[in-house]
Design a protein around this ligand. Structure first.
Ligand code: SAM
Length: 278
């Protein structure tokens, strides 16, 4: 009789699933917002799920975290004040703080338990949590942005869960308009926008909603992400007072320490598949 243990996330509406072979269940808790589970997998290191959906694995998180941070930071001419909404595992924060010109990175995560559990099980992702530039607030990012002063941030990164429950409002035009207001001139917004293969309508919607919200130039970056539905993911970028050409290419070329992102990748990742053109 087989005693193998597999973690499976079923994509019911697509008739597909992702399975990872598990060695051990390391942790399970019910926070005020969601069920947080940590598994030790056979080949992907530690895995975190929220309400049964894969958030992070040791092995492939760098793809998402690098592509959700560096393109936006190299589009901005001089990013000093960065806001991350969501991002409780702290991998995006770590990437943001690799940029020496960033003076302040504020993370507004709804669920403090996600961050505390990440500190215990993903110490590498949390290695910059004690950087004096890092500031944490555990509250709703939508309420936070509505109260933010005009022009407060240079870059806003929305590292959210899927557009359901408390994250649904993070995909709304009103939210993007509040981000536009909270961004300084030459500000950049980037929001995770799901899978090109499975959620093309949502990507188009993010793009059109950011335009409606007042962003001058909008596009998406596409990148692989094994553990998310379809293995292919996206982030959608809105530029305030910046053109599509804005990019500190020389600074990006001199940037080291990444495993996926590099200056040419920034250009390549913006090339949309034919079904998303037009
Ligand atoms: N990379 C992941 C993905 O695409 O599946 C997202 C990871 S990160 C853990 C997502 C975080 O967003 C969660 O910790 C969740 O608590 C947080 N979140 C969801 N809605 C939020 C809101 N309205 N304000 C702030 N954080 C929120």
């Amino acid at each position: 009789m087989s005693t193998e243990l597999w973690y499976t996330e079923r994509y019911e509406e697509h008739g597909a699933s992702l399975s990872l072979k598990v060695r051990e269940v390391l942790h399970r808790e019910q926070s005020p917002y969601q069920t947080i589970e940590i598994f030790e997998t056979e080949h992907f290191g530690t895995l975190m799920t929220l309400d049964g959906l894969v958030m992070v694995t040791d092995r492939d998180n760098y793809l998402y975290h690098e592509m959700m941070s560096h393109p936006a930071l190299f589009i901005h001419p001089a990013p000093k004040r960065v806001l991350i909404i969501g991002g409780g595992d702290c991998g995006t924060l770590r990437e943001v703080l690799r940029h020496p010109e960033v003076e302040e990175a504020t993370q507004v995560e709804l669920d403090e338990r996600v961050t505390r559990v990440a500190e215990r099980f993903f110490p590498e992702l949390c290695e910059k949590n004690h950087d004096p530039r890092a500031h944490f607030h555990f509250t709703d990012g939508i309420a936070w942005i509505q109260k933010a002063d005009a022009g407060r941030y240079d870059v806003i990164i929305v590292d959210s869960t899927d557009p359901v429950g408390p994250a649904a409002g993070l995909f709304a035009t009103e939210f993007y308009a509040a981000c536009h207001h909270a961004l300084a001139e030459k500000g950049v917004l980037v929001a995770q926008s799901e899978s090109p293969l499975l959620h093309a309508d949502l990507i188009r919607q993010c793009q059109s909603r950011m335009s409606e919200a007042g962003f001058d130039a909008v596009n998406s970056v596409y990148f692989p992400q094994f553990c998310y539905p379809s293995g292919w993911w996206s982030g959608t970028l809105g530029r305030k007072g910046l053109s599509m050409e804005a990019f500190r290419a020389d600074d990006a070329k001199a940037f080291s320490g990444t495993r996926y992102y590099h200056a040419n990748m920034q250009q390549a990742a913006q090339v949309a598949p034919a079904f998303l053109l037009g």
